[in-house]
Design a protein around this ligand. Structure first.
Ligand code: AMP
Ligand code: ZN
Length: 119
């Protein structure tokens, strides 16, 4: 992805620090920040620093980033105090799931009873 393209991607900008976000987690591969429009008391998005379009077309080289995202999401759940009460990790794909940002992100939702099936 070119520099110009990543400047147009909001989550590349959050990872680079040029778009403000309320970050709750960071390591060398991923960043976790609070969702602007939270759907639960805890609603954090975990993104890879490197632009990956979505979970529907993972490449072999994405393996380490995907594992880092899942590890970070579980650590965030512990740090946000929802590990015991329970939480949901969500990857939205495509229009019916409401995907609106095309930089891979994993939702960490918790702090209330989450309905099943999801709406
Ligand atoms: P999705 O529907 O899975 O594509 O989710 C995108 C999520 O990103 C939504 O829940 C938005 O509220 C959230 N979002 C979009 N822009 C930002 C931003 N600049 N900072 C934090 N959250 C954002
Ligand atoms: Zn991006």
């Amino acid at each position: 992805m070119s520099e110009a393209e990543s400047e147009r991607c909001p989550f590349c900008r959050i990872a680079a620090g040029t778009l403000p976000s309320e970050q709750v987690y960071r390591d060398e591969m991923v960043v976790g920040f609070r969702d602007l429009n939270p759907q639960a008391p805890v609603h954090v998005l975990v993104i890879p620093r490197r632009h990956i379009r979505g979970i529907n077309a993972p490449e072999a080289e994405d393996g380490a980033a995907l594992a880092a995202m899942v590890r970070a999401a579980n650590q965030i759940a512990r740090e946000q105090g929802v590990a015991e009460s329970g939480y949901r990790l969500v990857w939205n794909v495509g229009p019916n799931a409401g995907q609106s940002v095309f930089h891979l992100h994993l939702h960490v939702l918790g702090g209330r009873r989450l309905g099943w099936p999801p709406g």
